[in-house]
Design a binder for this molecule. Structure first.
Ligand code: B12
Ligand code: SF4
Ligand code: SF4
Length: 189
């Protein structure tokens, strides 16, 4: 599994040719170019989270790769160190079975299990999260309507309320990029 946490990836990507070429899906194209090179060097076949539907089950794979990961009430996976601020770029398939260092094990219960206040669930201005289902249509309507400036510019308010890994929070330009990509996606996504 290949992923990132915090703003490091953004700092590389935002100086890339894809970022400035004005064509669609710049982050997906940058990721595919960079990962294809790595895959060729190590003799692997790359799979991407953004190719679909049908989608590869990246979150299920993430849970298997890193047993310390938990499922948050927002639907995103939560990491004890990086909180909600990590995402996946690719998975590399190898023909051979290879022995890897064991992923970080779960020495503590996942952070959400001991978070009684759950501030993430009360922060959304339109109540898009009920702890089980995320109301995607209501969220997108709000962001498109012009009143969701804080979410649009600085990222999802609910996600920003989580105290775990808060230092890995997205930078404002990075947050605005991701929120704009989400806002502009077709309704069927
Ligand atoms: C479709 C999709 C969406 C749809 C969700 C549609 C819906 N009805 O829930 C939309 C467009 C809304 C969406 C939004 C976002 N997404 Co999204 N999305 C995906 C995608 C491409 C497929 C998910 C899927 O259906 N998988 C298929 C099933 C079979 O896989 P699975 O692992 O077994 O299923 C798990 C998920 O379905 C999860 N789940 C259930 N409900 C929800 C709700 C949400 C919001 C999420 C994130 C997950 C989730 O629970 C399942 C078991 O673990 C994945 C990438 C991928 N290939 O998995 C990213 C992915 C889940 N998204 C991700 C992210 C970060 C987001 C955003 C936060 C992006 C942003 N703006 O920064 C937003 C959330 C909106 C917000 N308020 O900010 C990350 C999550 C990383 C993590 N830490 O877990 C993923 C893994 C992409 C990545 N490259 O890492 N997303
Ligand atoms: S605020 Fe608490 S319940 Fe919500 S994602 Fe963070 S740790 Fe989990
Ligand atoms: S982006 Fe804003 S409106 Fe959408 S779920 Fe997050 S807090 Fe709610």
């Amino acid at each position: 599994m290949v992923g990132n946490a915090g703003p490091d990836l953004w700092r590389d990507f935002s100086h890339s040719p894809e970022y400035g070429d004005g064509l669609g899906d710049p982050l997906d194209r940058w990721t595919a170019r960079v990962i294809a090179n790595v895959a060729a060097v190590v003799g692997a076949h790359p799979l991407y989270p953004f190719r679909g539907p049908p989608w590869y089950p990246f979150q299920r794979w993430g849970l298997r790769a890193e047993p310390c990961m938990g499922v948050s009430p927002l639907g995103m996976l939560i990491h004890p160190q990086f909180g909600l601020w990590h995402a996946y770029q690719a998975a590399l398939l190898f023909r051979e079975y290879i022995l890897l260092p064991q992923g970080e094990t779960a020495t503590h219960p996942p952070p959400c299990d001991t978070c009684d206040a759950k501030p993430c669930l009360s922060a959304c201005p339109i109540g898009a999260f009920d702890g089980h289902v995320y109301n995607v249509a209501a969220c997108r309507d709000y962001l498109r309507g012009g009143s969701g400036l804080s979410c649009n510019n600085d990222g999802c308010l609910a996600r920003r309320q989580c105290p775990v890994g808060a230092v890995f929070c997205h930078e404002p330009g990075q947050a605005a990029f991701h929120m704009s990509a989400f806002r502009l996606k077709p309704p069927s996504f």
